[in-house]
Design a protein around this ligand. Sequence first.
Ligand code: ADP
Ligand code: MG
Length: 614
Amino acid sequence: MSEPTTPQKFTFQAEISQLLDIVTHSLYTEKEIFLRELVSNAADALEKLRHTQLTEKEIFDDRLDLEINVTTDDKAKTITIQDFGIGMTRAELVENLGTIAHSGSKAFLKSLAEGDQKNTNLIGQFGVGFYSAFMVAKTVKVYSHSWRAAEPGHLWTSTGAGSYEIEESEGQRRGSKIVIELKDDCTEYAQDGKAKEILERYSAFVSFPINLNGKRINAIQALWLRNKNEVKDEEYTEFYKFQAHAYDEPRLRLHFSADAPLSINALLFVPKENTEKLGFSRTEASVALYCRKVLIDAKPKNLLPEWLRFLKGVVDSEDLPLNISRETMQDKALIEKLSKVITKRFLKFLEEEAKNRPDAYAEFYAEFGIFLKEGAAMDFGHKDGLVKLLRFESSLTEKGKTTSLAEYVTRLTGDQKEIYYLVGPNRAALENGPYLEAFKARNLEVLFCYEAVDEYVMNNVREFDGKTLTAADHADVKLSELPKPEGALSDTDVQTLTKWLKETLDGRVAEVKASDRLVDSPVLALNADKFMSPHMRRMMKAMNKDGADAPLRVNLEINPRHAVIKRLWETHTGNPEKAKLVAEQLLDNALLSAGLLEDTTSMVARLNKLLETA
Ligand code: ADP
Ligand code: MG
């Protein structure tokens, strides 16, 4: 055996010094990620050894288990990470730990050079690998023995200030052992409980055993990397509960992988219940982002569009650090790409569900449809995919059954260019309201919308398959002529009566005309304000919003075939005082049906007067 050499001193490559300077002086809050980085290096080293074992016969210390041992010592204020992986030779220690070869650190530096000085939280997102140890370390010692038996083991030491030393070191096992002597304000990492918490957070799915102070802590498999044909339902459920901290069972799940344009393994879950609907606060995005089983971000904000915030699960992409190095801080573009691929895939999945398991889809929709509507209204990029997934009850469906817009279009009659909808509190209110009868009489289907956001959604979606989405209660809607039934007032009588009504109802109506839509009701109030529908007005009033108090502008339509109108025609000259009361009451009735009657006190007084004359 040769004499151990004296320690040899090296200076770090200039870039490394710069990096270390930032890492050690940043007030970065998530210092704990150093442990994630070192464990991920250990796992990489074990993986490389496993590959080497396939081709090489002579492996140093060949009977060691492929595992990672973390030990803490709160007296000595140290934490040690040991792996029995591939190890490093002297030359490799210099090459790997003294120069900037590796991806994440390089990208980080470049972004800083490009003036993104403030962006130190990038350390947390992508790590700066091995060097993040210096966020918490006074000194870092790396004992390493390569799998190549011929070379002795070495000890690499540095305080992170400009230089490091390497000396030979006797009696080592294969692999690397990294001993961190903690800074005085970082001694918490020498506690078993703290280390456990961090390892469970970031490294729960690492596929090699991790023991902390002799106790195994990671038993859960990275299910998303397994072949889906080999995973049992119970395993998925158990994983969901663990990963999403959930107590329910998942309602839907999508497990898929893709190679192009990005390598992705994803396992997504839709929970049983929509907690926002239950009145809990806004759900936070919580599909976690992994790179090769190591957590990068548990709650990445921009990984998926806002409206997918109800999803749980995991997205793992090997391309993450790679692209980071090549594009340097184009991570935004990369995340966008990931987002697109995953969102498209999920939309396709929902479409298949709707087709193959319509009942399950309907249940899903009842619970989570609101998110799809939000997306359809706000996310232009995915609007087309989302609109296809929307469902509505309609004047032609049974109560509780729904139709898609595509199905509606197949039932269009004649040259109908519009998809009609009505917004109201529930089916009964819409069926009994005055607006539907004209559409029924013409065999036109009307979609029923019961949710507060529907109006906004319909306005934003605007059209489907070339057909305009049109509110059936809007004054602009033109309907075809129906054959005039017997006994209607003549056109000239109608003209006189509408003129009289407009004068009599002075200021309360914008316009009065004969209706082509009324069948069973005498009058109808139509919204004359393009920008505020009756429903919207009600909502704004409920929320005390500005604009809700603007004078109401309605058009009154009368039914020249209805007995009440004919009677009004007869009395309006003979008994103008009573006719005025009737006219006002008719307008109030119309407003009441439309949910627009704001002051009922004058109505009661008037009704009493009318009763006196009865
Ligand atoms: P990355 O892991 O992204 O390559 P790091 O800064 O984490 O970058 O590590 C730099 C290099 O040091 C690694 O690529 C690897 O070659 C070497 N290395 C780090 N830790 C170990 C280890 N425990 N065993 C063997 N090699 C290691
Ligand atoms: Mg690394």
